[in-house]
Design a protein around this ligand. Structure first.
Ligand SMILES: Cc1ncc(C[n+]2csc(CCOP(=O)(O)OP(=O)(O)O)c2C)c(N)n1
Length: 328
C-alpha cells in the first residue's frame, strides 16, 4: 500500500471512529427519550441531542488520566469520556446497578473509573469545583488536565468569573468548555447580556486564554481542543473554549413548551447538525450508506439491550440510604 493510500485509510478510520462515538450518544439519547415518554424515568432529564460534536471533539483530545466534569446536561460528556451506558440507564431508572447506585439520577452523572469525576447541576458550580480538581493535579505534579463543560447561562454566574481569575493566578491545568446553545431554559442570550458583553474580552481580561469553535463541527472542536490541551499540559495555564452549538430538543422534558425559540429554528438546527455533516463527509470518501445504517442498527440494538437490562434490574436496598454520606 502506498503512503498516500495508508494515510487516506487512517483518516477514514479516524472519521468513522468519531462518527461512531457521536452516533452512539445520539442513539442512546433517542432511546432514552422514548423511555421518558413511557414515564419510566421519574426525574428531570436534559437531553444532549445536537451537541454531540462538543463532547466527542473535546474528549477525543484527552488522555485517559485527564479528568472531566459536567453539568445538568451531561449524558454526552459521561459517554464521551468512556462511561458505561448500562450503568447510566440504571442510574436514570433509580436502580441499584446505576453509576451512583440509583441515588443521583440524570443530573449527577459520575464514572470515576474513567475519570469522569462528576457533574453538578447547580449552575456554574462545576467551574470552581473543576478548578479544585485541576489544583490537585498541579499540586501533585500529575501532568494531567481537567476539563469542565457548562452552558452559556451558567457562564454568567458570578463564581465563574472568580474562577477565571483564580485559575489564571494559580496557572491551573484547566480547560473550561462553554457550550453556547443560545438559551438558558427559555431565555435568549441577547435578552440576558448587554450589547457590549464580550466573552473573549472578559476571559482574556481575567488572564485566561480564549478560543471559539463551531460546536456543530467535530473537526473544528477537535482541532481547537487538541491545541488548547497541548498548551495547557505544557504550560499549565487555563483556557476557555466556547463552542457555538444548538440543542435540538426542549430544555429538559421533551414535552416542555417550545414556542419561544424564534432565533434558532428547527430548520437551522437540522441544517447544521454535526452528525449529518460527518455522515455526508463519510459518504463523500466512499463509505456506503449501507455500512452507516448497519452501524446505526448495531448501536441501537446494543442500547435497547442495556435498557432492557436496566428495566429488569433491582432497586437499591434501604441500606443504600446511609452509604456514601459525609455524616450519619
Ligand atoms: C444556580 C442555579 N440557578 C438556576 C438553576 C435552574 N436551571 C437549571 S438549567 C438552567 C439553564 C441552564 O442554561 P445553560 O447554562 O445555558 O445550559 P443549557 O441548559 O443550555 O445546556 C437553569 C436556569 C440552577 N440549576 N442553578
Amino acid at each position: 500500500m502506498t503512503v498516500k493510500k495508508s494515510k487516506k485509510n487512517a483518516e477514514k478510520n479516524a472519521l468513522l471512529k468519531a462518527y461512531r462515538r457521536m452516533l452512539s450518544i445520539r442513539v442512546a439519547q433517542e432511546e432514552l427519550v422514548k423511555l421518558y415518554m413511557d414515564k419510566k424515568i421519574f426525574s428531570m432529564v436534559h437531553f444532549y441531542i445536537g451537541q454531540e460534536a462538543v463532547a466527542v471533539g473535546v474528549c477525543d483530545a484527552l488522555q485517559k488520566g485527564d479528568k472531566v466534569m459536567g453539568n445538568h446536561r451531561s449524558h454526552g460528556h459521561y459517554l464521551a469520556k468512556g462511561g458505561n451506558f448500562r450503568k447510566m440507564v440504571c442510574e436514570l431508572l433509580g436502580k441499584a446497578n446505576g453509576s451512583a447506585h440509583g441515588k443521583g439520577g440524570s443530573m449527577h452523572m459520575i464514572a470515576k473509573e474513567v475519570n469522569f469525576v462528576g457533574s453538578t447541576p447547580l449552575l456554574g458550580s462545576v467551574v470552581p469545583i473543576s478548578a479544585g480538581v485541576a489544583f490537585e493535579q498541579k499540586y501533585n505534579k500529575r501532568g494531567t488536565v481537567t476539563v469542565a463543560f457548562y452552558g452559556d447561562g451558567a457562564s454568567e454566574e458570578g463564581v465563574v468569573y472568580e474562577t477565571y481569575n483564580l485559575a489564571a493566578l494559580y496557572k491551573l491545568p484547566l480547560l473550561l468548555v462553554i457550550e453556547n446553545n443560545l438559551f438558558s431554559i427559555n431565555s435568549y442570550i441577547k435578552n440576558r447580556r448587554s450589547v457590549n458583553y464580550d466573552v473573549k474580552k472578559i476571559v482574556e481580561g481575567l488572564g485566561a486564554r480564549y478560543e471559539q469553535a463551531d460546536g456543530n463541527d467535530y473537526h473544528d472542536v477537535h482541532k481547537k481542543a487538541l491545541s488548547l490541551v497541548k498548551s495547557i499540559r505544557e504550560k499549565s495555564e487555563p483556557a476557555v473554549l466556547e463552542c457555538m452549538t444548538y440543542r435540538h430538543m426542549a430544555h429538559s422534558t421533551p414535552l416542555m413548551e417550545e414556542g419561544y425559540r424564534n432565533e434558532d429554528t428547527a430548520e437551522k438546527r437540522q441544517e447544521s447538525d454535526s452528525l449529518k455533516k460527518l455522515h455526508n463527509e463519510l459518504l463523500g470518501i466512499g463509505v456506503t450508506e449501507k455500512r452507516l445504517s448497519s452501524l446505526e442498527n448495531t448501536l441501537r440494538t446494543r442500547v435497547r439491550k442495556d435498557i432492557a437490562f436496566a428495566e429488569k434490574s433491582p432497586y437499591p436496598k434501604k441500606i443504600e440510604l446511609y452509604t456514601d454520606m459525609y455524616a450519619r
